[in-house]
Design a protein around this ligand. Structure first.
Ligand SMILES: [Zn+2]
Length: 250
């Protein structure tokens, strides 16, 4: 599997390094960091994923700035990013997952694209989602309102999150779903060639969401949030990089 991606499997494993923490924090965007690298586990939009997953699972988050502040209080490192091109843009922030959130949520809401996402999750991750749960996540997706991209970015920043600047061009042809616990992509090595989703970090992320919302931490609630995080990442890849090859790293 890895041979298809890169001529030398040894080189490919060199692309992964120990992750900083076990809750999603940095975006799946494959471009390089302008300054110091952020090795927080990757999920679409970074910490935005935590907010989106909570909303997809039907939790009431009336004040998302407060939600982020509470995450910091619970010891979670928050992260988001801009890029060198869009930092002065009034509507775009430079993070595709954030800028195109409405489109991504529409993919989850749309019956046909949701079915495609669920098919891929089953095929690649052996995640067979209960139909009712998938519908519960999918039906309200298009109605979720979370302000503008700049408001979402500002909320993470104001709460004390790290905002990185990414540089270089998008060259991602592949999406890696990384299941190797405790590892993340070193973008200095991969040089923008792939999106990386550290799905191994979804379980701890789910627990942190529940804890922050003051909800009971049950297996059912954890599984639903993991499903929502996974659907959000697949939908993001579908919008930002349609037709990309998806590979699972186990
Ligand atoms: Zn991004």
């Amino acid at each position: 599997m890895f041979k298809k991606l890169h001529e030398s499997p040894a080189d490919f494993s060199d692309w992964y390094v120990p992750a900083d923490g076990d809750v999603v924090c940095a975006c799946i965007d494959g471009r390089r960091f302008a300054d110091q690298q952020n090795f927080g586990p990757n999920s679409a939009g970074g910490s935005l994923s935590l907010l989106v997953a909570a909303k997809l699972c039907g939790y009431d988050v009336p004040d998302f700035a407060k939600f982020y502040k509470n995450l910091i209080t619970n010891g979670v490192k928050l992260g988001a990013h801009i890029d060198e091109k869009d930092s002065q843009n009034l509507t775009k922030t430079g993070c595709g997952a954030n800028d195109r959130l409405d489109e991504i949520l529409e993919k989850i809401a749309d019956k046909n694209s949701r079915a495609e996402i669920l098919k891929q999750m089953k095929k690649l991750l052996e995640m067979a989602l209960d139909k009712n749960v998938a519908n519960e996540i999918g039906h309200p997706a298009a109605k979720i309102k979370l302000g503008t991209a700049h408001e979402r970015l500002a909320a993470i920043q104001k709460a004390g999150g790290q905002v990185d600047e990414l540089i270089g061009e998008h060259e991602e042809k592949t999406v890696i779903i990384n299941l190797k616990t405790g590892t993340t992509l070193n973008r200095e090595q991969s040089k923008g060639k792939m999106f990386n989703v550290d799905a191994w970090a979804f379980e701890k992320s789910a627990k942190i969401i529940l804890m922050t919302l003051g909800e009971e931490i049950t297996d059912t609630a954890i599984k639903k949030l993991i499903a929502a995080l996974t659907m959000f990442n697949f939908a993001t890849a579908m919008v930002l990089n349609p037709g990309a090859k998806i590979i699972v790293r186990r």
